[in-house]
Design a protein around this ligand. Structure first.
Ligand code: HEC
Length: 202
């Protein structure tokens, strides 16, 4: 018998043994064994899932509770980081906006005055703080948002946007806002500029 034919016959015999006994529209299926590497991969994943389940949900939960303790450890580490960050820059992170102390050295007041011009405050409050059609007079005794250092600091930093006063917290550091606040309350207030806008507020 010719070698090719012989091979085909053995193949057919083998296929007949593997043939599954059903047919869909004449299409039949061979019950081939999956390759061992694939089966091993499957067994290993099954074993892994059992270990994983045991570790995270069962055996060690009472003593270690891996996920919970990991989570708590991360929270703790984050707290330490935050504390370090605050300690590294107290001016920025540990600043108490309810305890603004006015500065009165000429250098600080001059710096405040320069900021008033540089940040464009004069556009709405006038070159001399006298007020104009947009913003109120900053030289008189009447204040819409409170007259203390804390009040003035707060309105500059956080603004009163609903009334047209924007927040400057992204444009100036706390230190700069304190200087500006100081200049307004120490030098500008009571300066009686010409064309002063009528007092508003209390
Ligand atoms: C776009 C216009 C505008 C600019 C620019 C502006 N302000 Fe004002 N500001 C206002 C208005 C309007 C008010 C009144 C808000 C209100 O009715 O409470 C105000 C209120 C204030 C108050 C409170 C006054 C009060 O009577 O309570 C202070 C202090 C102040 N501004 C300071 C500043 C400083 C400092 C700057 C610059 C860093 C500045 N403003 C820039 C419009 C402006």
């Amino acid at each position: 018998m010719d070698e090719k034919l012989e091979k085909n016959i053995t193949l057919k015999d083998e296929n007949d043994k593997l043939m599954i006994d059903h047919s869909y529209d004449g299409i039949k299926e061979l019950d081939n064994r999956p390759p061992p590497w694939l089966m091993w991969l499957f067994y290993i994943t099954v074993m892994w899932s059992a270990l994983y389940f045991g570790y995270y949900h069962w055996f060690w939960q009472e003593e270690v509770a891996p996920q919970d303790s990991e989570y708590l450890a991360e929270l703790k580490a984050a707290d330490i980081k935050v504390a370090d960050l605050k300690a590294s820059n107290p001016e920025k992170y540990n600043f108490d906006e309810t305890k603004i102390a006015l500065l009165n050295t000429p250098a600080d007041l001059d710096a405040g005055k320069a900021l008033y011009a540089a940040k464009g405050c004069l556009a709405c409050h006038g070159a001399l703080g006298e007020g104009n059609a947009v913003g109120p007079n900053l030289t008189d005794e009447a204040w819409l948002n409170g007259s203390t250092a804390n009040d003035v600091f707060k309105v500059i930093k956080h603004g009163n946007t609903a009334k047209g006063m924007m927040a400057y917290k992204d444009q100036m550091s706390n230190e700069e806002i304190v200087k500006l606040t100081s200049w307004i309350l120490v030098s500008l207030k009571g300066s009686n500029p010409p064309n002063a806008k009528a007092p508003q507020g209390n």
